[in-house]
Design a protein around this ligand. Structure first.
Ligand SMILES: [Zn+2]
Length: 256
């Protein structure tokens, strides 16, 4: 199994264990959240070459709504991030994106930070890993108007069909997380049939979003098996077949 989006170090920080996941997963992406987390993540995972590193600043890096960072601070943090991305030769830019649910910083600062990283993905020829919460229209606009590398992932998919179609025509993959297993999220399961099977990816977003039946626990990457199980049931395909399909999608995505 692959896990296309996990935060291994944060799993440890939240009191979870990662050893079983490191042993059992075939490949995974360890996702960046802040401008400064790469050295620690590199040290934690350097003996596990099947865990691929990403580096990025999420929308939370614009500060709090009541206390947004200055544009100068964000720019200098972006420069730190760029240096680390080059120093550690990470394969992907992310996560980055827009979040209107938690209203970090300001809308303008979030846009600035996201667009800078889209352009960075273009300049460095690295796929971009996108976080979207309740910002479908802005993400669509940016995918159509801001230069970016020709592929990437919309992670923890929760968007509408217009965003899905735009992302797919822009070369992106659609990744589903543990929240697709939640009883109340039938709308998410309903979007599955619109994803071309060769663009589908599966993730945990651990330590967040533990899937059914593990809600309330610290999520670990190995729990991705419950997400595969749910998706295989909805799509009515054999679980092993789905695992193979997603693996080959991931290999294509990474150009491996
Ligand atoms: Zn994440």
């Amino acid at each position: 199994m692959i896990d296309s989006h996990a935060h291994f170090c944060l799993v440890l920080e939240h009191g979870g264990e990662i050893k079983s996941s490191l042993e059992a997963l075939r490949l995974a992406i360890d996702i960046g959240s802040t401008h400064s987390d790469l050295p620690e993540r590199y040290n934690c995972l350097k003996d596990y070459p099947h865990i691929l590193l990403a580096g990025g600043m999420g929308p939370w890096e614009t500060g709090e709504k009541d206390n947004p960072k200055s544009i100068n601070q964000i720019t200098s943090e972006l420069n730190i991030l760029k240096d680390y991305i080059i120093k550690y030769n990470v394969k992907f830019i992310g996560e980055t994106g827009l979040d209107n649910h938690y209203e970090y910083g300001t809308v303008e600062l979030q846009e600035y930070l996201f667009r800078e990283q889209l352009e960075l993905s273009y300049k460095l020829s690295k796929p971009v890993l996108i976080h979207n919460r309740e910002a479908d229209d802005s993400i669509i606009y940016d995918l159509l108007n801001i230069k970016h590398y020709h592929t990437g992932i919309i992670h923890c998919y929760s968007g509408n069909l217009k965003l899905m179609n735009t992302a797919i025509s822009e070369g992106f993959y659609i990744s589903y997380a543990g929240n697709i297993t939640y009883k109340s999220n039938s709308y998410l399961r309903d979007t599955l049939e619109y994803v071309p099977i060769d663009r589908l990816l599966v993730e945990t977003d651990s330590p967040y979003l533990p899937p059914v039946p593990l809600r309330g626990t610290v999520n670990i990457p190995l729990n991705v098996k419950y997400v595969y199980k749910c998706i295989s049931e909805v799509l009515n395909i054999h679980e092993e077949k789905l695992i193979e399909q997603v693996h080959s999608n991931f290999m294509n995505f990474c150009n491996m």
